[in-house]
Design a protein around this ligand. Structure first.
Ligand SMILES: Cc1cc2nc3c(=O)[nH]c(=O)nc-3n(C[C@H](O)[C@H](O)[C@H](O)COP(=O)(O)OP(=O)(O)OC[C@H]3O[C@@H](n4cnc5c(N)ncnc54)[C@H](O)[C@@H]3O)c2cc1C
Length: 325
């Protein structure tokens, strides 16, 4: 796994910043095994974005720009990624674990006959003895795994690796001629984005999550004034989603989104292990819960014990005054 190919994602004509911690992973792995890494950009009309990726120490930035790649389709994309990896002499492929790569990477691994580490959170050791950490059992266990196949595929936990640092050098941009091979098994129909004035959960600097303690939609709406003021994304526990109070794309946790904002508010939620698995890497955690024994306090930096219906408006008001709004 000496030469690593990182897949950078694009969305609506822009590079998804949340896909770039995979570059940091690849740079670290290349350093530890004495190899090098390159970045791949797939899409239609994406060639102009390559310059944004040339300053991170990659040997090459490969651009696969063709109309067929305008929208993601698992089969043809996996075939194309493997073809590019072969052309580039890459023995490992890496991408940040998200909806896109969780579909793509296992297909790539199967085609390459490669061992795969999903949700990689750390690289341990170096050289031939390099190993990888990944959470198991909703983060209760941290497994250390080794890849024994000559090729490898890595899903990288984006919240455990920093965004890549500028190195000063410039990577060579290479236009790769990889054809889009339609396998006829699936057809792209349409993409229906969630329309929201709030930032995306994975990209927001502040996330405010509510739990069952907020009771109903009216209680949950108490989060809005604070979120508006802090330009925060809103998250929820599975209990709230299951109760139909929130759509499931707001769910944070093991079976929802994994977030690591600068500031995370946990309001009226208990801190079940499956929820904590999705937010424990947040830089500062503030918990509001009426039960002082609630598990969320064990991961919180600041805890407010009390009734969220009383505390939340008071806190919102105090922050508003502090900001002079
Ligand atoms: C396989 C599996 C996967 C799962 N994946 C996820 C996941 O991805 N994300 C997720 O969130 N959960 C997930 N769960 C569910 C998880 O186990 C919990 O059931 C869920 O997180 C609990 O949600 P909650 O904290 O909102 O509710 P509760 O656990 O019921 O907690 C409510 C909290 O609100 C507090 N409270 C009540 N009233 C007030 C008030 N007035 N003021 C302040 N505090 C108050 C209570 O003290 C309590 O701590 C998963 C479960 C399983 C089995």
């Amino acid at each position: 796994m000496k030469n690593i190919l990182v897949i950078a994602e694009t969305f609506q004509g822009k590079i998804r910043k949340t896909s770039l911690p995979a570059v940091t992973f690849a740079a670290e792995l290349a350093g530890k095994v004495g190899g090098e890494f390159s970045i791949a950009l797939f899409g239609s009309g994406v060639a102009g974005l390559a310059g944004e990726l040339t300053g991170f120490g990659a040997k090459n930035v490969y651009v696969v720009d063709a109309p067929g790649f305008a929208n993601y389709l698992g089969g043809p994309w996996a075939k194309a990624v493997v073809a590019l990896a072969q052309q580039a002499g890459a023995t490992a492929v890496a991408a940040v674990s998200d909806t896109f790569s969780r579909d793509l990477l296992p297909r790539v691994a199967a085609r390459m006959g490669a061992g795969m580490v999903s949700e990689t959170t750390a690289i341990v050791g170096d050289g031939a003895g390099v190993k990888f950490q990944r959470p198991m059992w909703a983060g209760n266990v941290l497994g250390t795994v080794e890849v024994r196949t000559p090729t490898a595929v890595f899903g990288v936990r984006g919240t455990d690796f920093d965004p890549p640092k500028a190195t000063g050098g410039a990577s060579a941009v290479q236009n790769a001629s990889i054809a889009f091979a339609d396998d006829g098994k699936a057809t792209y129909v349409k993409f229906e984005p969630t329309v929201s004035a709030r930032p995306d959960l994975a990209e927001a600097a502040v996330v405010i999550s509510g739990g069952r303690g907020l009771k109903d939609a009216a209680g949950f709406a108490l989060l809005n004034p604070l979120a508006d003021m802090l330009k925060a994304a809103i998250g929820a526990t599975r209990a709230v989603v299951d109760a139909g109070i929130c759509p499931n794309d707001l769910q944070v946790g093991q079976t929802g989104r994994v977030v690591a904002p600068q500031l995370y508010f946990a309001v009226g939620l208990s801190g079940a292990i499956q929820h904590v698995a999705g937010m424990k890497n947040s830089k500062v955690i503030v918990a509001i819960n009426k039960d002082e024994e609630a598990p969320i306090f064990s991961v919180a930096d600041y805890g407010l014990v009390g009734d969220a219906f009383k505390i939340l408006p008071e806190l919102t008001d105090a922050i508003r005054k502090h900001k002079g709004l």
